[in-house]
Design a binder for this molecule. Sequence first.
Ligand code: ADP
Ligand code: MG
Length: 398
Amino acid sequence: MSRFLLIDSNASFEQKLRLALAGGLPGEMATISPDSVIGEAHELLSLIMGNRPEVIVLGPGLATEDALRLATVMDVQFPGLSVVLVAEATPELVLQAMRAGVRDVISPLADIPSIRILLERASQVFASKYLKMFPGATPSSEQGLVIGVFSPKGGVGKTTVATNLAVGLGKLAPMNVVVVDLDLQFGDVASALYLDPEHTMTDAVSNSASQDSMVLKAFLTVHPANIYALCAPLEPVMADLISADQVTHVLQQLTAQFKYVVVDTGPGLNEHTLAALEQCTDAVWVAGMDVSSVRSLRTGLDALRQLDLIPETRHVVLNFADAKSGLSVQDIEASLAAPIDVAIPRSKALSYSTNRGIPILQDEVKDPATKNLKALVQRFDPQLREKRRKLHRRAVVQ
Ligand SMILES: Nc1ncnc2c1ncn2[C@@H]1O[C@H](COP(=O)(O)OP(=O)(O)O)[C@@H](O)[C@H]1O
Ligand SMILES: [Mg+2]
């Protein structure tokens, strides 16, 4: 690993840089020749991945055009890196460099103390950018909870439950929650959270992100409720290009970095959903209060049990709960062969909040649905989780 990476063919500048670093800046420096990276952007990316530098110096031996191209590639792939360009700083060049994401331009004739100060500043910027991007991220030694929201049917409230759960957990663990949209064809987490994502799952499974969790995090979208979102691809056809193995890997990367990974899924049990089930510590099963919804959940659960694909901890949510539906909680529990843990009433405020893209738990709207969604969130509060293990309360439908 080298903290500073010089891309240059000019030995005299390399010597200057080494002298500047020798004056008190900790960390190694590596030099690579431009020939190996200019033609092939992926060579550069794998070199960066291998060395994990904080500061890249584009030396005076590089043609300006090549240097700016490399800077642009790095700015897109590694937005946290500090890139310094060594060139005579004309106003035109400075403007171009800024657009390419270069942090500073320094003259090849600069003296050693000036170079040292500039490198020091560049590495400080790296540290603060890194922290800003991932302020609450936990170190990779601690594994978080992976909570999947599932149901064989569409329209039963999975996305509503998943987004509210993520927002509620964001209050327990700010910046330590990510909601992942695994309804890869028609996912609507972005719309339920009123996000306009710049990057999606397509970027998250790319080579650069799958090899480096820091790159992966740069592809997440930050939501004002202090949570991150990994949104579904913008085009349904892109879903076909994402394999179950890629889903598994991205969930494992996120689990190592976040305390809570909430996974919204599409209807049915496709390969992406099965991959998610395997990674989940907790499954939230959602059923509507109608015979067909309950029956399909029972069939689905039976099939998964046979495949031994049921996550360790189960939470059953009855949505659109309505005492006048002609079904009782007891009927449904008997059909499901499982107790209902949380019942969410049919609520105008809830459907209004999804349509506006502001989860009801974000706005703290006074509504019975808010109360019950909070009860669902509490099931994942580590302090209450222990207590709950000892106690099971039957849900009450009003
Ligand atoms: N308890 C509820 N009361 C009223 N409307 C609800 C309730 N739960 C969900 N909805 C609405 O139902 C629709 C489908 O919900 P959604 O969460 O998108 O389902 P899914 O993700 O399972 O397809 C949305 O418009 C949502 O606002
Ligand atoms: Mg949905």
